[in-house]
Design a protein around this ligand. Sequence first.
Ligand code: NAD
Length: 413
Amino acid sequence: MAKESSSTNPTSVAYKKAVLKLGLKKNIGRALEIPDRELTVEVPFRRDNGEIDSVIGYRVQHNNTRGPFKGGIRYHQHVDIEEVRSLATLMTWKTALLDIPYGGGKGGIAVNPSNYSKTELERMSRRFFRGIDPIIGVNIDIPAPDVNTNAQVMSWFMDEYSQIHGYSPAIVTGKPIELGGSEGREAATGKGTAIITRETAEKWGIELNNAEVVIQGFGNVGSYAAKFLDEYGCKIIAVSDVSGGLYDPNGLDIKSLFEYNSKNRTIDGFKQGKKITNQELLALKCDFLIPAALGSAINKSNVNSIKCKAIIEAANGPVTGYAADSLWSRKIAIIPDILTNAGGVTVSYFEWVQNLQQFKWTEDDVNMKLEDKMVKSFDEVFSIKQKNKVPMRIASFMVAIDRVANAYNLREG
Ligand code: NAD
């Protein structure tokens, strides 16, 4: 993948442009960039062979002007303080954009979880949660799953916290349904992505029925986005995962593929479609291209081959800053990650509300409220885009930063 300088990081570029457009005072713009608190913890834990091992964990609390810090915890060998800080910052803007009463935070452990057994991961997770215990709380900071963490890890976190503080399901979201998880959470990010694609079709004058859609990544987000877009009547002509892509210009049978992938955890071996590479998939002519796998998937090296009408950023940061500028000049719309994939944190918020109320909502309740939030946020961003003649990403940051800056001024003034 082409290396592009950090000065083209789409988030920091968008932040700076939006601050300028808003005419925000320099001191406020600067204050909102600096994280409130950063914690690094050493996490000792016993291996199955009896030896003591030790890893490094982080929790960054970027901003809590509008509510408790909120954001996932990832386990990955590339986790470091810069990455966690930048993801925590993104959460502040994402929660503000969706007008959820949360701030932004993120955490992680620099570890490759596949090197450890389940019992080792459990001891490590519990010890990490004890390490960050002094700065988290049901109304202070609420973690969630992220890369390589899941409902099981959240159950360990919740149990560890509850042993110290008493039964506290609201301390984490993304829990199993049996422990207070929300109906609709698993599908939420893909559903949100499908809603945003539908709204984009309407505003960009693209017929949704039979619209040609290409999706990179068929994991949680990509597979559910495909399922709901198929239900909207779109024609999903190609999808891919790490094993490669499948292409059928007449449309793939998404119901069967969804089932096949749920069972086999891969699309490889599915009966329909011509095999193509991920690079060939990204270059297909289509109405909507939905990158739902990796950061920087569309970059300097392949941006000229892109032939869609709009890119719907389901993954975090799938289009580099350089590629975004090039696409903007070719009038290819990009609907940014902080809007497109915000369905996940929105339903996480619903989970927290249900835990605090000790009252369970039905899946229909959740989906109705999710639909409402996504459409309202899309409309707000679109109207700022039209008014200021800026790309959707800058408009999204303008809405989000304005919301946080107003709250900040009210509290500090
Ligand atoms: P996942 O692990 O469930 O799925 C990832 C998919 O991408 C898999 O199909 C995998 O095979 C595929 N993939 C991996 N490497 C690839 C490669 N080199 N080329 C093509 N495909 C590749 O992950 P997910 O939860 O679906 O998340 C996908 C993206 O969405 C990530 O960027 C994540 O940060 C973002 N996101 C997820 C959520 C959520 O709720 N799950 C919320 C917000 C953002």
